[in-house]
Every structure is written in structure tokens, then in C-alpha cells.
Design a protein around this ligand. Structure first.
Ligand code: SAH
Length: 271
């Protein structure tokens, strides 16, 4: 019986940010194929003695599939360890389709995405009542083109929170698109490099006008998340709309209003 191949999200870099389930799988793994330097710490820290550990950075997709299939022939638990969450820019389907053809079982364990880790590093919220209630996870076109309708300029027109992956070397393009969508020059932007990496994390705060210069000054050219959001910096604002959930005037499933009730239905707890 061949083993199971687990696509495990390693989280953003700090080995403590892998899920308990992901860590347990690493501890049982006979073989681990990890995705480059971003996640090697978790692999080496939690793997049992004798586990075969391989970096995939110089492998093609075909070589990776062949490696995983071969490993599943010899071990009950094989882990493909990926940065953040495997379902975001992780080539998941490209890897699982050939596995389906072989009949080998595979499963996915989610991970903490770098988008969430970057917001956490900066002490920012991605949603804020009456400011933005939507988060768009996207990128700008590099060598991978964007599908029609997903150009940053079009997405930015919504004025919601934008988390931009794989785009740090294209900051000029991010600036162009946000300007074209009508964002003001003083719109706040945060760039986080190596979010959650102990001792290596950098948080750069700027505006649409100066974020590129600030990143250049900090020599940030890789492994960075760009967050553009009308909610950035809210902790310093003089006043913000209250979250209904904690508003004394709002009744919900777990608490009665102490003041005249809010008219909004309370079927689902808002943030
Ligand atoms: N699946 C991953 C994303 C892989 S794409 C996830 O869910 O996070 C690689 C991109 O993710 C990088 O170009 C960068 O934009 C972002 N990234 C990954 N790790 C990061 C980290 N620790 N800090 C900031 N950005 C990171």
C-alpha cells in the first residue's frame, strides 16, 4: 500500500506558526519535500531521525511529482511542505493532478498565509467596520499574466484592502495602478518583508507617493507582502466606528443589549 502525500502549509516562516496538525505530520514523515529556504526550519526542526529531507528549489514539477510518488512507495507519510497556505500561489493543482492519475492518496493541510502574518507583524487589521469589509489577495502581472478583469487597476477601484503577493519588484506598477484607480498620493501602504521570521522581519510604512523609495532605502526586493488598505493606521485615528459585536447597544446570540437595540439582525456575529 503506498503512503499518503500531505501538502502542508508551513506558515510564513516562523516554525511556531505551522498548525499542530502540520507539525504532527512532519514528526511522522518518512520523506519531506520542502519549498525553498522559506520553510526549511520547520522541516529540519520537526522531522524524525532518518527522515529523507529534500529542497525542491532546483526541481521541475515533473521531478517533484516523481520524487513524491517514489517516496509514497516507501513511506506511509510523505509531506510536501509549502510556504504560507498551499492554496495560494502554491502550484497545488499542478502537483495533485498527476498524483490523481497514479491513484496515490493526497490531502491538504492549510497554513497561515503571509498575508495574515504581515498584517499581524504590522499590528494592522485587514477589515474595519464602515471602512473596509473586504480583502483582495492578488498580485500584479509579472511573467505570469493576470486574467482579464483582474488587473490591479480594476481591483483597486473597489477601495478595499489589497494584499499583494509576488509584486515587490513591481512596486512602480503597483503605484501606477493605484493612481489610475484614484487612490490619493497619501494613501497609506505597508510593506512587510519576511513576516514572522525571528530577527529578520522588516516593516516599512509609507504612502502611495513614497513607498518605493522607502523600500529601496531598506533594500527590500524579495519575500515581501504589500498591503494597501484604507484601514491602515487606524489605531492612531481619533475615532473609529465600533465593531457591533462589542457594542453595548447591540444584541447578538451571546449577549443582550444594555442600551436600545441596534436594528441590524444578529444572526451571525460580525467582527
Ligand atoms: N502560499 C504563500 C504564498 C507563496 S507566493 C502564502 O500563503 O503566503 C510567495 C510570495 O508570498 C512572496 O513573493 C511574498 O509576496 C509572499 N511571502 C511569503 N512569505 C512571506 C513572508 N514571510 N513575509 C512576507 N511576504 C511573504
Amino acid at each position: 500500500m503506498p503512503g499518503t502525500i500531505w501538502f502542508v502549509g508551513a506558515g510564513p516562516g516562523d516554525p511556531d506558526l505551522i498548525t499542530v496538525k502540520g507539525r504532527r505530520l512532519l514528526e511522522q514523515a518518512g520523506a519531506i519535500l520542502f519549498a525553498g529556504s522559506l520553510v526549511d526550519q520547520a522541516a529540519t526542526q520537526y522531522a524524525p531521525p532518518g527522515c529523507v529531507i529534500r529542497d525542491s528549489k532546483d526541481m521541475t514539477l515533473e521531478e517533484m511529482t516523481a520524487w513524491l510518488v517514489e517516496a509514497a512507495g516507501r513511506h506511509q507519510t510523505v509531506v510536501r511542505l509549502q510556504t504560507g497556505d498551499p492554496g495560494l500561489y502554491g502550484a497545488l493543482v499542478e502537483m495533485t493532478r498527476p498524483l490523481d492519475a497514479t491513484g496515490i492518496a493526497w490531502k491538504v493541510v492549510p497554513g497561515v498565509s503571509s498575508a495574515m502574518a504581515s498584517a499581524a507583524a504590522a499590528g494592522e487589521t485587514l477589515t474595519l467596520p464602515e471602512v473596509t469589509q473586504t480583502v483582495i489577495l492578488t498580485r500584479v502581472a509579472g511573467r505570469t499574466p493576470m486574467p482579464a478583469g483582474e488587473e490591479l487597476e480594476a481591483l483597486a477601484a473597489h477601495r478595499t484592502t489589497l494584499c499583494l503577493f509576488l509584486s515587490i519588484t513591481l512596486l512602480h506598477e503597483v503605484q501606477r495602478a493605484l493612481r489610475a484607480a484614484g487612490w490619493p498620493e497619501d494613501a497609506p501602504i505597508v510593506v512587510v518583508q519576511k513576516a514572522s521570521w525571528p530577527g529578520e522581519e522588516k516593516v516599512v510604512r509609507g504612502t502611495l507617493a513614497d513607498i518605493k523609495k522607502r523600500c529601496q532605502a531598506e533594500k527590500i526586493a524579495s519575500q515581501a507582502m504589500i498591503i494597501a488598505s484604507p484601514a491602515l493606521g487606524a489605531r492612531d485615528w481619533p475615532g473609529i466606528a465600533r465593531s457591533k459585536l462589542y457594542d453595548p447597544a447591540f444584541t447578538h446570540r451571546f449577549r443582550r443589549a444594555v442600551a436600545p437595540a441596534d436594528a441590524a439582525p444578529a444572526s451571525e456575529a460580525p467582527q
